[in-house]
Every structure is written in C-alpha cells, then in structure tokens.
Design a protein around this ligand. Structure first.
Ligand code: HH2
Length: 280
C-alpha cells in the first residue's frame, strides 16, 4: 500500500472569533491571531485556515462587515508567513477580500450553497476550494440529524457539489472535499464516516478531515475540548491510512509529528518530504 499513502498536509486553525467551541476569544485581537498563526507555521502547518465566524452547534451568524473586520487584518498579517492561507467563510464578499489580502484557498462549510455569488468568485479567481458536507445549518444542525446511510448520503452530496462546482467553471483540480465531521451528525454518524472514509477518498479529490477537539472525542474520552489532542491524533492517523491528505487541527505540533510518523510507517520507509504541495 506504500505508494498510496498521501503526503499529509496540516492545516492549522486560526479562529478570530469570541465564541469558537474550543478556542473562542483566545485570538480575537489581530496581533494575537497573527502571532498564533506564525507559531502554527513554525510547528509545521502548511496551510492556515483563518475564520471569523464560529460554526459550532447553536452559533449565531455574523454579519459580513464584522467578519471582514476580524479576518482581513489577520490574512494581511500572515501573508508571507510561510504557509498558504485559507479563508473559512461562506460569504463571497469576505472570500473576495481575503483573496485580495493574500489567501489562496476558500474553505466554504456550505459547499457553495450559502452565497449564490461564491461559485463564480472561486471560478474567476482560480483558487482552491474546500467543499464540506453539512446537514442543515449551524444554529439547528445537531437537532436529531437523520440519514439513510450517512456515508452513502455524504458521498452523494459531495459528488453532486463537485459536479456543481465544475459546471460553474471551477477546475476539478481545484476542489477539495470534506465530510464535515460534527456538522449535523451524531457520534455514530461521525464514526461511520471515519470508519468508511475510503468511500469518500474514492471520489478522487483530496480529502480534508476536521476532527480536531470535536465533541464526539469528548463523548468517548470524557475529556474537555482542550484535552482532546490524543483523540484527535487517533482519528488523523487512521484517516491518513484511509487516504485522507489534509488535516484541519488546532494542535499543529502534535499532528505534524503523528502524521509524519504514521506516513513513514504506512510506507515502511522514511523519505524526507520534498514538497508541501496540496494539489495531489
Ligand atoms: N470544522 C470547523 C470549522 N470549519 N471547515 C472544514 N473544512 N472542516 C471542518 O471540519 C471544520 C471547518 C469547526 O471547528 P472550529 O473552527 O474549531 O470551531 P468554530 O466553528 O466554533 O469556530
């Protein structure tokens, strides 16, 4: 299986929000957020995912002006810091300003459903885009989520969104897919998706996995958000073995080490990474 092991890419989370579920308020000040981002690059993040609106269950939406005020100075401050920059937003206006300020990836948790102008923006700019599955919307998504077969349903959704993106002029090579762990899913939905991740990898696009500190890890381990790094690493390593390649995490140093060792072990060989390309 060695040839099939992707080069793991660590995407560090930079939340500029007062209310994110595990780190809200820590880096609301732009200077603190920029310093945190630089620290994550030093720890091994190849991508920084900057977000100004919490999507935690029950979160209230934030207006575009406020989101812009939070994220643009942070993107500007992190441009040239040594990592690619991703903007975690579902608003085209915010994505456009972030791309202008130095971002090259749009991480849209609504998978181009939240803002009718987003697909055209991504197509026109030629940037990478992450399309994530979410059932419902953050305010209500954890109220009794129901699927026929969660893995088949998420796969069909991602396939449809990929076709939609391509039909709107986005190059297929620019699209990444994400099962949206915790977004309208029970613990067993999350675990089924992680156990059968290969069925999503089979769609042929880079798979992003965001399990970091999420509540299903707390349910299993009994630990609060700040103590879920070991649980996060377990899911990351198993996801790598299943073919996922991009790992959205808060704890970058730990994830970088775990994924480097896991990749070498799965290959049965250590080859120093020669590229941090995320286009594979
Ligand atoms: N999870 C969160 C936010 N954005 N984007 C992608 N592509 N995949 C994810 O799993 C994902 C995401 C939620 O985590 P966090 O940013 O820590 O919390 P909050 O949304 O409360 O800011």
């Amino acid at each position: 299986m060695s040839a099939d092991v992707p080069e793991p890419v660590v995407m560090g989370v930079v939340n500029v929000t007062p209310d994110s579920f595990s780190d809200g308020g820590l880096t609301l000040d732009p200077g603190a957020a920029i310093a945190h981002g630089r620290e994550l690059v030093a720890q091994g993040a190849a991508i920084l995912d900057v977000g100004g609106e919490s999507t935690r269950p029950g979160a209230e939406p934030v207006g575009a002006e406020e989101e812009l005020r939070r994220v643009v100075p942070v993107i500007e401050g992190l441009a040239g810091a040594g990592a690619r920059l991703s903007i975690d937003t579902s608003k085209a206006q915010v994505a456009a300003a972030a791309l202008d300020a130095g971002a090259s990836i749009v991480n849209d948790v609504t998978a181009l459903r939240g803002d009718p102008r987003m697909a055209a923006l991504v197509a026109q700019r030629g940037c990478d885009v992450c399309l994530m599955h979410m059932l419902g919307e953050p305010r209500t998504m954890q109220r009794d989520p129901t699927y026929n077969d969660v893995v088949a349903d998420v796969r069909a959704f991602l396939e449809e969104r990929l076709h939609f993106a391509v039909a709107r002029g986005i190059a297929e090579e620019r699209v990444w897919l994400d099962p949206g762990i915790g977004f309208g899913k029970t613990i067993d939905h999350n675990l089924a998706l992680l156990a059968r991740l290969r069925e999503l990898v089979a769609l042929g696009r880079p798979l992003v996995v965001g399990t970091s500190r999420k509540s299903f890890l707390g349910t299993i381990t009994g630990r609060p958000a700040g103590e879920r790094v070991a649980g996060t690493l377990a899911t990351n390593v198993l996801a790598l073995a299943a073919g996922a390649s991009i790992f959205r995490v808060h704890d970058v140093a730990e994830a970088s080490d775990a994924l480097a060792v896991a990749a070498a072990t799965l290959r049965g060989q250590w080859t120093p990474a020669t590229t941090t390309s995320t286009n594979r």
